[in-house]
Design a protein around this ligand. Structure first.
Ligand code: BV8
Length: 312
């Protein structure tokens, strides 16, 4: 052990005490955030200062933004669908799925809409998608048409949302308005449209995905926008799990800034049911706002590295 740094020693002690508690646990919750998928190459909400191009990501994820400029919001979501489809689940996604198979009383609450937990074969009945998924669509008209949610993995979901690729700047397929520099730099590859330097066309509603049922209204991504309530069946399932008479042993909070509600509120609800809190985060300042209590664990670092060790 002499070779182990002081940190590693403490880390080992904390890991051992966590393992001891997990081995005695039967009811465990996990709350997942964008940091879980960071190592899979997906930008977090806070990453890049919370901006997509020049827009505040949170303000783009609202019904108001979609009403004001559905083209821009669809470009935002089509980009994230494209990125998520290019990405692969990482070791943490698989470790969470594995623990679910081993522990019937393990329930995962995900804020992520990237579909990576599902692609890691996380048992569906033990995975609650609090904020929906990028890979479902439904009609904007929730009163009459009510089409969806329907699974949709088409990329691009319509031709106008195709991600521009860099081309030989002298060729006529080089998209106009994109600098020779960008074409040359990204020849044959996707242009990174999260970079405001890449011009994006203004899209008219008729260029966007139209509801196949009413053939009148636009389709929208199957995510929960700010100001919208979470899916009632998901809220019910989570409440039913939390409100069972037995105590909750642990809540594992992974890669989230825990600033969005009601998701972040589940940490305190679990604590009220006797749970000890275990946080895995790259940034020690991102501890749950409910404050720190004796017996809580904090593991600083990359979720893809730490979570498999935690759940082994
Ligand atoms: C901004 C916040 C203050 N606002 C809210 O919470 C609002 C308003 C509100 C409601 N109650 C409140 C109480 C108090 C204050 C505000 C409110 N909540 C809502 O609007 C909710 C809806 C909220 C859901 C919004 N949709 C999302 N996503 C889908 C769309 C989309 O994705 O586009 S939220 C979205 O943002 C959040 C981003 O947070 P994180 O995932 O944590 O990501 P972030 O980038 O912030 O942090 C990453 C973390 O990872 C760490 N990290 C990075 N790399 C790694 C690494 N490698 N390893 C480990 N960790 C790492 C970093 O250090 C960091 O800590 C996630 O929840 C994500 O899903 N709806 C609602 O309340 O409706 C009411 C209602 C009720 C009935 C009827 C009508 C209405």
């Amino acid at each position: 052990t002499s070779s182990l740094t002081a940190d590693a020693v403490i880390d080992k002690e904390r890991m051992d005490s966590f393992h001891a508690h997990l081995s005695k646990s039967t009811r465990v919750l996990s709350l997942l955030g964008a940091g879980l998928s960071a190592t899979s190459g997906l930008p977090t909400f806070r990453g890049a200062g919370g901006l997509w191009r020049t827009h505040d990501s949170i303000s783009l994820a609202t019904p108001e933004a979609f009403d004001a400029n559905p083209g821009l919001v669809w470009q935002f979501y089509s980009y994230r669908r494209h990125m998520a489809m290019q990405a692969q689940p990482n070791a943490a996604h698989y470790a969470l799925a594995e623990l679910s198979r081993k522990m019937p009383g393990f329930m995962t609450l995900s804020q992520n809409v990237d579909g990576l937990s599902q692609r890691a074969d996380h048992p569906r009945e033990q995975l609650q998608l609090l904020h929906g998924t990028l890979f479902e669509v439904r009609c904007m008209d929730r009163d009459v048409c009510r089409y969806g949610p329907e699974a949709n993995f088409t990329d691009p979901i319509c031709p106008a949302l195709a991600i521009p690729t860099g081309a030989d700047p002298t060729s006529n397929e080089a998209r106009k308005g994109i600098s020779e520099y960008l074409h040359t730099k990204h020849q044959g590859k996707d242009l990174d449209i999260s970079d405001a330097a890449v011009p994006l066309p203004d899209l008219a509603p008729e260029d966007l995905p139209i509801c196949p049922q009413c053939k009148k209204h636009l389709l929208r991504p199957g995510v929960v926008w700010f100001g919208e309530s979470l899916p009632s069946e998901v809220l019910q399932t989570v409440d039913d799990f939390i409100n069972q008479p037995e105590k909750i042993d642990i809540i594992i909070v992974i890669g989230t800034s825990a600033k969005v509600y009601p998701a972040a509120g589940y940490i305190e609800e679990a604590r009220d049911k006797g749970a000890r809190v275990c946080v895995v985060n790259m940034d020690e300042n991102d501890r749950p706002s409910g404050g720190w209590e004796e017996g809580d664990w904090f593991f600083k670092g990359d979720a893809a590295q730490i979570v498999p060790r935690l759940l082994e």
